[in-house]
Design a protein around this ligand. Structure first.
Ligand SMILES: [Zn+2]
Length: 90
């Protein structure tokens, strides 16, 4: 969660439920980031188990929970794999 920032003041996230600069409650942000991480792991598992359609759905959910380069890369990869699979190319 190192790339997270306080949505109120933009201070760097330091792993606490309260912003060290402005005191904002960061627990909803932490829950969302944790949910995105869990869904991303499920998407990776789905890819490894050969279910690209499920991986694509989960990757999109992870991206909607938290926009990050890692989630975007997974969404693109899962989408490409899913398309190729649907075409019978792989
Ligand atoms: Zn703050």
């Amino acid at each position: 969660m190192a790339m997270l920032k306080c949505p109120v003041c933009g201070a760097k996230f330091r792993g606490t439920t309260e912003c060290s600069r402005c005191g904002a409650d960061l627990s909803p942000l932490m829950r969302l980031a944790t949910r995105a991480w869990l869904v991303r792991q499920q998407a990776i598992d789905a890819l490894l188990l050969g279910n690209p359609q499920l991986a694509e759905q989960l990757a999109a959910e992870a991206m909607s929970n938290r926009s990050s380069p890692e989630n975007l890369a997974l969404e693109v990869l899962a989408g490409a794999y899913s398309s190729l699979s649907a075409q019978g190319s792989i």
